[in-house]
Structures are given as structure tokens and as C-alpha cells.
Design a protein around this ligand. Structure first.
Ligand SMILES: Cc1ncc(COP(=O)(O)O)c(C=O)c1O
Length: 232
């Protein structure tokens, strides 16, 4: 009989279960830093907005409303220092995990193509490669790849600020990635979902500087496409 379904790995956190059980036996229990699921109450402003929008019959558009896309473009200017983003080029998604997992397929990647992801990374970059049947390669420096592998690179994930290491790339290293991607004809996808979590250091309104991860700021013109999954 044919077997169906992708052979996906177990969710990585399941591997932690025995350690969590053991740690929970200690007096006071365990401090669980594994899954970053939100635990704080949903702010009233969000609850109110959701309630107020509950009576919205009709199918939503895939592209979202113009008002939402304009608000996202305005957020990029206000909070990330990225002016001039065209709301037409904004595609809202339900959470960033969906986009991360589907992007290789949506870009039409084919078996043989390579997706590059950071060496220590959020696991969904690999899941996306598995969905599309392409090869995932872990590296933080494209120079480390041999020529045959480099020639097959079609998508490069960057995650700055990064999960789980917290590393933040500077503008020079971002520029190097974009230059490399252009040479290879690859898409750069910048997962910046932690860009707001600098607690002031990345907040211009509190005297900080937006953290350097938005491709438009790092490298204004040219054909490299960038994605900013940002739902935090
Ligand atoms: C690096 C990274 N990208 C994307 C996501 C997905 O976030 P969400 O689907 O909650 O927007 C996470 C969640 O932990 C993450 O750590």
C-alpha cells in the first residue's frame, strides 16, 4: 500500500519532555524557557478592537484591507525607520509561522534547490524546506558553502535578532548577505519578529535606534526581495 503524508520530524519540544519532567521534581518546579507561548493577558486595546470588528460578514481578501496595509507601512516608518514602503507590497499573514513554513513552496522552489537558514535556528525554516521537498543548509556565512551548493541556493533566511541566540547582525553583515544573494539570484527572507523587543535600545521614541535588520535600510535598491514576518 502507498504511504501518504510528509515524513515530518517530531516537534522538537517533545524531546525536552523527559528533562522537563525531571526538573519539575525539584522543589519549586522548573522554569520552562522552551516554548515562547504568550502568557501575559491580552491588552485591553486589542480585546476591544477584536470585539468591535466581530460583526464583519463577507470573505476577507488575501491581501488584507488597504487600511491594514497602510498601517503596517506606517509602522515600518515610525518604528523601524524604513520610509516609503508601498502598501501594495505588504502581505499580511496569520502569524509568521505560516509564512515561514510555506515560503519555499510559494516561491516555487523545486527539489535540488537549497534554502539557507542560520546554524542555530527556529525549527520552522527546515519544515518549510521539507514541505517544498528542497534541501535545507545551515550556515551563517555563505562563504562556507562549496560552489556546487552555493549555485543551488534560492532562498536565504536571516533571523536578526535571532532565536534562540539573541544575536543581532550589523549593517555590514546584512549588506554582505544581500550582495551574495544578488550574485546567486536568491531571495533573502528577513525574519524580524523580535525587532521590537529591545526594551528601549531599539526604540527611537525612547532615544534608541531601530535594530539594523530591515533590508530597505541596509540596502535600498535592487532586485533582492525581502520579507518581514513580524507579528510580535
Ligand atoms: C524566529 C521566529 N520566527 C517566527 C516565529 C513564529 O511566530 P508567530 O507564528 O507567533 O508569529 C517564531 C516563534 O517562536 C520565531 O521564534
Amino acid at each position: 500500500m502507498n504511504s501518504f503524508g510528509l515524513s515530518l520530524p517530531d516537534y522538537p519540544w517533545e524531546a525536552m519532555a523527559p528533562y522537563l519532567a525531571k526538573a519539575s521534581e525539584h522543589p519549586g518546579g522548573a522554569v520552562n524557557l522552551s516554548i515562547g507561548t504568550p502568557v501575559d493577558p491580552t491588552p485591553a486595546v486589542i480585546q476591544d478592537a477584536l470585539r468591535a470588528a466581530a460583526d464583519s460578514p463577507g470573505y476577507p481578501t488575501v491581501h488584507g484591507t488597504v487600511r491594514l496595509r497602510e498601517a503596517i507601512a506606517a509602522w515600518f516608518e515610525r518604528r523601524r525607520g524604513v520610509p516609503g514602503l508601498d502598501p501594495k507590497n505588504v502581505m499580511p499573514t496569520v502569524g509568521s509561522k505560516e509564512l515561514v513554513a510555506w515560503l519555499p513552496l510559494l516561491l516555487g522552489l523545486k527539489p535540488g534547490d537549497v534554502v539557507v537558514r542560520p546554524k542555530v535556528a527556529y525549527p520552522t525554516y527546515d519544515i518549510g524546506a521539507t514541505f517544498a521537498g528542497v534541501t535545507s543548509v545551515a550556515t551563517d556565512h555563505l562563504d562556507e558553502l562549496d560552489d556546487a551548493t552555493r549555485a543551488r541556493v534560492r532562498l536565504i533566511w536571516v533571523n536578526s535578532p535571532g532565536n534562540p541566540t539573541g544575536s543581532v547582525r550589523d549593517v555590514e553583515s546584512l549588506k554582505a548577505i544581500v550582495a551574495h544573494a544578488r550574485e546567486l539570484g536568491a531571495v533573502v527572507a528577513s525574519d524580524e519578529c523580535y525587532a521590537e523587543l529591545g526594551w528601549g535600545a531599539w526604540d527611537a521614541q525612547r532615544g534608541g535606534e531601530p535594530c539594523p535588520a530591515s533590508w530597505i535600510r541596509a540596502f535600498p535598491a535592487g532586485p533582492t526581495r525581502a520579507f518581514w514576518p513580524c507579528t510580535r
